[in-house]
Structures are given as structure tokens and as C-alpha cells.
Design a protein around this ligand. Structure first.
Ligand code: GDP
Ligand code: MG
Length: 262
């Protein structure tokens, strides 16, 4: 164990994930889907009106996870929409310092983006020097599967055309079996990840699930599949340049991300 690694193990690790994008895309719902935070307040179940509140400031949700004496502090940061009003982008930029401080002090950080607009392109080009960007296709239930594929392809093309550096999932080991390699390939081709957020619990096929209840049926919430999340975690290690790979460290991080996807 290197000296720096020993120190990190003692101190624990910080993992910060922030969401950004236009207002109304479903960012807060997605964050709340991860934390189950917004269903109740003071023990009372909230009504739809109370739950749908526009995010007006940067909000943090933090959770401490401890595994074999190693602490992981996971912080998810929700942000208000940008680019919706005049000077809104400037407002965002004004908080740039706050963001970059956090970026630099974190041992790992991700940025999730639902959908892509010219403003997003501009913002992402600013951002990609600081953070790992993970593009997300929000409200996937509002598109048919062929539409999801088409939209994903377009976003990938735009990311390429505008020279935006998004987070690259590292190649898997050559000695992995064919099945794993195929899944890995599928994972890479599935960027931007499609998600369905929900802040209600509904009954579907005898199970209580996070889902969206419509007059015509239920759409189950959908986040990242565990194997995807695992590959994203692995990559996190690339950022921790001085920290050696340590199995149990990787495991607890993987577990934390996995529990977010349940
Ligand atoms: P934000 O402004 O990006 O934080 O968006 P919100 O999370 O406040 O969501 C805006 C609206 O979109 C709310 O009415 C949500 O119920 C709805 N919404 C959020 N996620 C989804 C989703 O995955 N699918 C659908 N159909 N609607 C969603
Ligand atoms: Mg919001």
C-alpha cells in the first residue's frame, strides 16, 4: 500500500455527482429517485403539487457509506436549469468558482447531462476540462425505443462534432470472455444513458416499485443497470492517479453505486 493510499483509506473518499441541464428535464426527479428523499416531509406524504417544485438553488444530498472501516461520502448535487431566462447562463457561470473548488477537492466527480442544446454544448465545452461528463437522456419513457436509439445516435454525433470530451469508459481486459466483451461494447454504445425518473411508489405486478402512474398504465423508474454502474466506477479509478487499485475499495464503491440503481 502506498503512503498516499494509506492516507486516503484513513480519511475516506469523496465522490460527487452533479446534474445540469434545462429546467423541467427531470433532474430533480432523478436525484430524488436515487435518494428517495422527496416522498415525505415531517412524516407526511407529500402531494403532487408539493413534490413538483422548481429548483431555485444548488441543493446537495449527501450520504456516508462505510465499508470495512473505509468511509465513502457520496454527494449528489442538484442544480437549477440554465439557459431558460436572460442572464441565466451568467448566473450559472457566476457559480463556476463554487463548482471548480468542489471539483478540485474531490477525488472523483461526474457530471450528468440530460439532452443537448446549443447552450449545453457551450457549457459542456467549458466543463469538460474540470469534470467527467456523463451524458444522460432524460424522460426516456416519452420516446419509443426507435426514437431513443435515434436520439442517442444524434447526441453522440453532436458530442463528436463539437469536440466535447465526455467520460470514456475504459476498455475491458482482453482476457475477459466473449459475453462480457459484448456487454461492454453494448454499454459503450448506449451512451447517453437513458433514464426514467419517478418520485412516487406504485404497485406493479404485485411489487411496490418507484414508478410513474398514468391513466393507461405504469412506467417503472429506470436508472443505470448495475453492470453499467460498475464500469463507470472502475473508470473513476483513472482519476485517482496516485491511488492504487485495491479490491475492497473498488467493491465498496461499486456497492454504493449499485445501491443507487435499485
Ligand atoms: P428539473 O427542472 O430538471 O429538476 O425537472 P423536475 O425533476 O422538476 O421534473 C419536471 C417534470 O418532469 C415533473 O412533472 C416530473 O414529474 C417530470 N419528469 C421527471 N422525470 C421524468 C421522466 O423520466 N419521465 C417523464 N415522463 N416525466 C418526468
Ligand atoms: Mg430541478
Amino acid at each position: 500500500m502506498t503512503k498516499i493510499h494509506r492516507k486516503s483509506m484513513k480519511k475516506g473518499f469523496d465522490f460527487t455527482l452533479k446534474v445540469a441541464g434545462a429546467s423541467g428535464l427531470g433532474k430533480s426527479t432523478l436525484v430524488n429517485s436515487l435518494f428517495l428523499t422527496d416522498l415525505y416531509r415531517d412524516g407526511k406524504l407529500l402531494g403532487a403539487e408539493e413534490r413538483i417544485m422548481q429548483t431555485v438553488e444548488i441543493t446537495k444530498h449527501a450520504v456516508d457509506i462505510e465499508e470495512k472501516g473505509v468511509r465513502l461520502r457520496l454527494t449528489i448535487v442538484d442544480t437549477p436549469g440554465f439557459g431558460d431566462a436572460v442572464n441565466n447562463t451568467e448566473w450559472y457561470r457566476g457559480r463556476w468558482g463554487q463548482f471548480s473548488n468542489m471539483f478540485q477537492s474531490d477525488s472523483g466527480h461526474r457530471f450528468l447531462f440530460p439532452r443537448l442544446r446549443p447552450l449545453d454544448v457551450e457549457f459542456m465545452k467549458d466543463l469538460h476540462q474540470w469534470v467527467n461528463i456523463v451524458p444522460i437522456l432524460a424522460k426516456a419513457d416519452t420516446l419509443t425505443p426507435p426514437e431513443v436509439d435515434c436520439k442517442k445516435r444524434k447526441i453522440r454525433e453532436e458530442i463528436e462534432r463539437f469536440g466535447i470530451k465526455i467520460y470514456q469508459i475504459p476498455d475491458c481486459d482482453l482476457d475477459e470472455d466473449e459475453d462480457f466483451k459484448l456487454k461492454d461494447q453494448a454499454l459503450k454504445e448506449s451512451i447517453p444513458f437513458a433514464v426514467i425518473g419517478s418520485n412516487t411508489i406504485v404497485e406493479a405486478r404485485g411489487r411496490r416499485v418507484r414508478g410513474r402512474l398514468y391513466p393507461w398504465g405504469i412506467v417503472e423508474g429506470y436508472l443505470l443497470a448495475p453492470q453499467w454502474a460498475l464500469r463507470l466506477c472502475e473508470a473513476e479509478d483513472n482519476d485517482l492517479k496516485d491511488v492504487t487499485r485495491e479490491t475492497h475499495y473498488e467493491n465498496y464503491r461499486a456497492q454504493c453505486i449499485q445501491s443507487m440503481t435499485r
